[in-house]
Design a protein around this ligand. Structure first.
Ligand SMILES: [Zn+2]
Length: 247
């Protein structure tokens, strides 16, 4: 096995996280808090607690290079201050390009990994190479027109939305191929499709506007919420524990 990093031929590979372990740590909030794994067949303790790794994709150096943007994105999520009344968030202090590259690199790792259900779901096909060049800094993200990132912030009065990760699922959005996941209070829609979205989305495509901007969404209106509730056997308890979910 050779490292899949850009221009790397290292054969000494390490256990690389697909969803960075910093996110599992972030939603656990403290070391004693047990991360739950939710799937269609029920709720159990997550194993491993910091999320799955793949020992066949990256060497330590390449994993470390991607880890810089991983750590940056964890910080962005940790420091985000939600506004209870606004319809739109916008924070010019966040490097939107860096955050966009992180999302692309998470999905790219899922696309080259064979671990976990969601890694079977995410396939980059002809975009694998250009995505790799971008996330390792060999070309600008503006050269990947097929990638269109739209990020929303979740809001809920009852549920601890900051402490939920739902692994990527694939569906059609405006007839385009899209991957969606929940990440520590954010809902990510990552379009991977050569066709364009309508002009009404222009102001929200983060990797083009280069502004960390998005809409607020009520958690309880999302299909992800309904799915989580059914996984918790439809009891009416608020979701207060950290959750890593495989939808
Ligand atoms: Zn490497």
């Amino acid at each position: 096995m050779t490292c899949r990093g850009h221009n790397c031929s290292n054969t000494k590979l390490i256990g690389a996280h697909i969803i960075p372990r910093g996110f599992a740590n972030l939603i656990r909030a403290d070391r004693n808090s047990e991360l739950l794994k939710v799937a269609d067949d029920g709720v159990s303790k997550a194993f491993p607690q910091l999320g799955e790794t793949d020992g066949n994709i990256l060497c330590a150096d390449c994993d470390g290079l991607l880890g810089k943007n991983d750590g940056y994105a964890v910080d962005v999520c940790r420091k985000f201050k939600a506004d209870d009344r606004a319809n739109l968030f916008e924070d010019k202090s966040v490097e939107a390009e860096r955050f966009s590259k992180f999302i692309l690199s998470l999905l790219w790792r899922a696309s080259i990994s064979k671990r976990g259900r969601y890694c079977q779901v995410v396939t980059f096909g002809p975009y694998e190479r250009v995505a790799r060049e971008i996330i390792f800094g060999a070309r600008p993200i503006s050269e990947m027109r097929a990638f269109k990132l739209i990020v929303s912030r979740l809001r809920s009065r009852r549920h601890d939305v900051d402490r939920i990760i739902i692994e990527p699922v694939r569906f059609k959005f405006e007839k385009l191929n899209v991957y969606s996941f929940l990440l520590a209070g954010f809902r990510v829609l990552a379009v991977l499709d050569g066709r364009e979205l309508g002009p009404e989305f222009d102001a929200l495509i983060m990797n083009r506007t280069n502004v960390f901007r998005g809409t607020y969404l009520e958690f309880e209106t999302l299909p992800e919420f309904k799915w989580l509730l059914s996984a918790f056997a439809a009891n009416e308890k608020p979701l207060k524990k950290p959750v890593l979910a495989d939808r």
